[in-house]
Design a protein around this ligand. Structure first.
Ligand SMILES: Nc1ncnc2c1ncn2[C@@H]1O[C@H](COP(=O)(O)OP(=O)(O)OP(=O)(O)O)[C@@H](O)[C@H]1O
Ligand SMILES: [Mg+2]
Length: 224
């Protein structure tokens, strides 16, 4: 269970304050597939970063299985991010000098999996997201935006996280490929009981998730 209680994230520069996330409260049970929609600047990425413990709230608490992630020490924070969270960034954040396969094996290396297991799983995941074998050996600079996005999705799934946070995971994909990715995430939520939270502008995708959240100026509007 993910529980978010009265969470705010305020950015200050000089006298100017932006409440990017403003007193947000919600609960998500394990295995639920949630979409977050909202206009540009409404706080979607900021909220995902807080859930992924990449940033800390000014106020409120975020608990996963009764553990408050804002209170983890650095060591446990790294462990939490590595083992429990799969994060798909809006800008992919792939390592430029590693091939697609190496990008996907990297988190498994941090988790201590043996090399042959890492490579086999990376290939399997990249195949699932629709990459060809010869594309897997390329570095991100030689892949299209949509291909890089799919590598980022495969990387997020590498350590079988409990919680997947994805910022516009289908934003650069044609509708057919987007549907394949959506189905993959949907299957994970149902079979592995993985909680999935996706930010999307795609109304069709948002309409098919278990729940839809709408952010407006940092506030949560529709919760169901
Ligand atoms: N590091 C920061 N410093 C100051 N302001 C920030 C920072 N990050 C985000 N903001 C502001 O917080 C608000 C929410 O930004 P956020 O990136 O969460 O929006 P978003 O909903 O993800 O938008 P988009 O759909 O364009 O990706 C915006 O007004 C933005 O300018
Ligand atoms: Mg964003």
């Amino acid at each position: 269970m993910l529980e978010v209680k009265h969470v705010s994230r305020i950015f200050k520069s000089g006298d100017f304050k932006v409440a990017a996330v403003n007193d947000v409260t919600f609960k998500v049970p394990d295995g639920q597939f949630v979409s977050i929609v909202g206009r540009s600047g409404s706080g979607k990425t900021t909220l995902l970063s807080l859930l992924g413990a990449l940033d800390k709230p000014n106020e409120g608490s975020i608990t996963i299985d009764n553990e408050d992630i804002a209170r983890l020490n650095d060591h446990n924070l790294i462990k939490y991010r590595c083992q429990k969270i799969g994060f798909v960034f809006q800008s992919y954040n792939l390592v430029p000098n590693l091939t697609a396969i190496e990008n996907v094996t990297l988190p498994m290396e941090f988790a201590g999996l043996p090399a042959n297991v890492r490579k086999a799983r990376a290939k399997e995941l990249l195949t699932q997201v629709g990459l060809q074998l010869h594309e897997m050996e390329r570095k991100p600079g030689r892949l299209s935006g949509g291909q890089q996005q799919r590598v980022a999705i495969a990387r997020a799934l590498a350590n079988k996280p409990k919680l997947i946070l994805a910022d516009e995971p289908t934003g650069n994909l044609d509708s057919e490929t987007g549907k394949v990715i959506f189905d993959l995430l949907h299957d994970l939520a149902k079979t592995e009981h993985t909680t999935i939270i996706v930010v999307t502008h795609d109304v069709e995708i948002a309409g098919k998730t278990d729940r839809q959240f709408r952010l407006k100026d940092g506030k949560l509007e529709g919760k169901e």
